[in-house]
Write a protein that binds this ligand. Structure first.
Ligand SMILES: [Zn+2]
Length: 283
């Protein structure tokens, strides 16, 4: 009897020990799980945090580039070492700013701005600082058998004024509208002088030689498709995509390409955004 009781007691203690061990394992497991969860969350937060921050910094610095480019150095007191550093910084900003100048109906070009231009071909001209990239892009497509036709590039503000006034006259003849009403209607089809990217010297219209009509069907040509796919490699963007009419103020123009530099072009085309969105300047 005594032996049975001893056996029973040993058994109970064994079960008790086992329960205790099982409980310890559970607690340990829970601790490890909590620790791993903590590490994982930490990683996600760290991975997310700086990325958003860097995106913000990019957008802000671009805004600064553009704003800086419009400022004239007008403070002689800032000369000396810090003045030189400031000048160097502004120089770098200006270096980038010209590529990202925003011109649309809400942001007219700086009055009297005239870019230095160089000929592309067919008697068309482009900003001299970017004409090389445009020629490289055209040459690359042509090597693949595409037949591009450049049908517009740099236009002086005077030329834009002629085009616009012409349009106003036609609107009046066709609709009977006069004055501001006629000008407003004309403005929906021909950009008001100083608000066309063509006045800036950084825009070019490229079509297929065998389909030179400026309508949406242009997008179906092999030439337009190649340009849309490859333009960013040369620093160009499809400036007026089909789904950004509200942001750009311009209808889908599959032929109109704008030089913005390779860095901005890559991001804009990859993310499927427009220049207004890239610069955070949507109206
Ligand atoms: Zn155009």
């Amino acid at each position: 009897m005594r032996r049975y009781n001893e056996y029973e007691q040993e058994n109970r203690e064994l079960r008790k020990r086992k329960r205790k061990q099982a409980m310890q394992r559970k607690i340990l497991g829970f601790c490890v799980f909590t620790f791993l969860l903590g590490v994982l969350c930490g990683k996600i937060v760290f991975a997310k945090g700086p990325k958003e921050e860097s995106e913000q910094v990019t957008a802000e610095s671009i805004e600064n580039f553009v704003e800086l480019s419009n400022q004239e150095p007008d403070n002689p007191a800032s000369e000396g070492i810090s003045g030189n550093l400031l000048a160097a910084g502004e120089e770098t900003s200006k270096e980038e700013a010209w590529k990202l100048t925003l011109v649309n109906k809400w942001n007219p070009m700086e009055e009297g701005y005239k870019p230095a231009v160089a000929e592309i071909e067919n008697n068309y001209y482009f900003d001299a600082r970017a004409v090389g990239y445009l020629q490289e892009m055209l040459a690359a497509g042509r090597r693949e058998g595409l037949d591009f036709w450049v049908c517009s590039a740099y236009r002086t503000v005077e030329k834009q004024t002629d085009l616009f006034e012409d349009k106003v006259r036609r609107v009046t003849a066709e609709t009977g509208l006069t004055g501001d009403a006629a000008r407003e209607k004309a403005g929906t089809e021909v950009a008001f002088p100083g608000t066309s990217e063509h006045n800036l010297g950084l825009a070019v219209d490229i079509v297929a030689r065998d389909y030179q009509i400026l309508d949406e069907k242009q997008a179906r040509t092999e030439e337009a498709q190649w340009l849309k796919e490859n333009c960013w490699k040369y620093g160009f963007i499809l400036r007026y995509p089909t789904d950004k009419t509200e942001e750009t103020g311009i209808i889908f123009e599959p032929w109109h390409y704008r030089y913005v530099g390779e860095k901005a072009a890559k991001e804009i085309m990859e993310r499927g955004i427009c220049l207004e969105e890239y610069l955070d300047r949507v109206q």
